[in-house]
Design a protein around this ligand. Structure first.
Ligand code: SF4
Ligand code: FES
Length: 242
């Protein structure tokens, strides 16, 4: 265990934990968009920057990446932190002016307009969908491609990715609801926030008992394969199996 202070409060933490994790464990709020406890931190959004003092120096660090250490002093609300946070929100607001999540978060940090040129993007390039697809689902159907202003989430050749099983983890984890997922009748449709990519469609499995369409056939085939289950395991939906 190490002892550190956050906003003047002494806290104890496991060695190797990050500042953001320790802050959350102690109910200290630090805004963060690209962090999720189920995937490795990536440091993309820079919203979680805090000020630290260690070895006589003060600097801004991304709290989702920075590991705590003995004697570390962390400040989450200095003028420098707040100004930095506001500028990040102004940039995000300019990139995604129609996002309700971004608008709400911007208001929370005292930003209601942006001096930067407005775009009409939906994706903030946080990479959570890509990390969830790779680390949680294990299929890597999408990735972050290109650099600079052309950076985007995409599948190979912008086609419906062969590897995608339609599980929707990307849509569930997206912090700004940029990935749309809809189940209508026997079809699930996933729409990525990339105009070059077509909608991706999946046939849903019909329950043999109640007739409800309940999960993508490809997802169920994938689960059966990796778990070594018989394909007919999923002929009946979870509700009817109880
Ligand atoms: S689609 Fe959503 S989860 Fe994926 S990078 Fe963009 S904002 Fe992040
Ligand atoms: S949450 Fe730390 S950089 Fe995004």
């Amino acid at each position: 265990m190490v002892t550190l202070s956050i906003d003047g409060r002494e806290v104890q933490a496991e060695e190797g934990a990050t500042i953001l994790e320790v802050a959350r464990d102690n109910n200290i709020y630090i805004p963060a968009l690209c962090y999720h406890e189920e995937v490795a931190p990536y440091g993309a959004c820079r919203l979680c920057m805090v000020e630290i003092a260690a070895n006589g120096r003060e600097k801004l660090v991304a709290s989702c990446l920075y590991p705590v250490e003995e004697g570390l002093r962390v400040k989450t609300n200095t003028e420098r932190v707040i100004n930095n946070r506001r500028m990040i929100m102004e940039l995000l607001l300019a990139r995604c002016p129609d996002s309700e999540v971004i608008q709400d978060l911007a208001k929370q940090v005292g930003v209601d307009k942006t001096p930067f040129k407005l775009e009409d993007k939906q994706c903030i390039l946080c990479g959570l969908c890509v990390r969830a697809c790779e680390e949680v689902v294990g299929v890597s159907a999408i990735s972050l491609v290109n650099r600079g202003v052309n950076r985007q989430v995409a599948s190979p050749f912008y086609e419906a990715p062969d590897a995608c099983i339609g599980c929707g983890s990307c849509a569930y984890i997206c912090p700004v609801n940029a990935i749309k997922m809809e189940d209508i009748g026997d079809t699930r449709t996933i729409t990525m926030p990339n105009p070059k990519m077509k909608k991706i469609e999946f046939k849903l499995k019909k329950c043999k008992v109640c007739g409800k369409y309940w999960a993508p056939e490809r997802q169920l085939e994938y689960i059966a394969r990796i778990a070594g289950l018989a394909p007919e395991t999923f002929d009946v939906c979870p509700d009817c199996r109880q």
